[in-house]
Design a protein around this ligand. Structure first.
Ligand code: ADE
Length: 237
């Protein structure tokens, strides 16, 4: 099978990803040939004896900054004309479900992980990379953020998640949170699973779920309803 998506991760810590990629759905995505994951280490593109990838920031300040040369060379070693390059940084636009849908279609995704205080600005300029943040908090290691992005993107590749409609009803995919789910037993610690879900009337079930999705979204995430009405979900691609 021709893979629908190749994901390259440029990281100083490829081992951090291997456990995650070798379990569960990500493992099956690779085994089925739908997704290919590869890791590229910028240290392999250094030229000095110590394999240096970082240095003190110009202008002073705490921490170290990732040097441009090893990172750019690492990306260039795998770059092809159709590839999308994404730089993970807290300064990026926010990663959302629609960002994941968009990236799942790109064919070749290159994710560049930051570490230390940040990445030399010239990396972004050289690679024309899209900067993405997974949330308004700072991680010590962008490889953790890469795992989040990979999971959200790879599960949207057709066939990766089993069951018809498995991803279509996700929270956020229609701009709403998902309705509550129930399974057996019918009564758990005195709490009954809604009768309508056990009754088998698909029309009533669909109506109940739509109402629940709307009321949950209204009470928990009214911002989602507002951004839908505005026609602006805060994301630009
Ligand atoms: N690296 C450090 N913090 C990050 C964040 N919030 N999103 C993406 N990459 C990061």
């Amino acid at each position: 099978m021709t893979p629908a998506l190749t994901i390259d991760v440029v990281t100083l810590f490829p081992q951090m990803l291997s456990g995650f990629l070798n379990e569960s759905i990500m493992k099956r995505a690779t085994e089925s040939g739908r997704v290919i994951f590869r890791a590229v280490n910028p240290r392999d593109f250094t030229e000095d004896r110590h394999r240096t990838v970082d240095d003190k920031p110009y202008g002073g300040g705490p921490g170290m900054v990732m040097m441009p040369d090893p990172l750019v060379k690492a990306v260039e070693s795998i770059l092809d004309p159709g590839a999308r390059v994404v730089l993970l940084t807290p300064q990026g636009r926010q990663f959302r479900q629609d960002t994941a849908s968009d990236l799942a279609l790109c064919g070749h995704l290159i994710i560049v992980c930051g570490h230390y205080e940040g990445i030399d600005e010239r990396v972004r300029l050289t690679l024309c990379a899209d900067e993405i943040s997974i949330g308004d908090y700072v991680l010590t290691n962008g490889t953790v953020a890469a795992a989040v992005v990979i999971d959200a993107v790879a599960r949207l590749v057709p066939g990766v998640v089993g069951g018809e409609g498995a991803v279509e009803n996700d929270s956020f995919s229609h701009g709403l949170l998902e309705y509550p789910q129930y399974t057996r037993p019918a009564v758990f610690r005195g709490m009954e699973a809604p009768e309508v879900l056990r009754g088998g009337n698909h029309e009533l079930i669909a109506r109940w779920r739509a109402e629940q999705a709307m009321s949950r979204t209204r009470s928990r995430r009214p911002d989602l309803l507002k951004s839908n009405n505005d026609g602006d979900n805060g994301n630009d691609s």
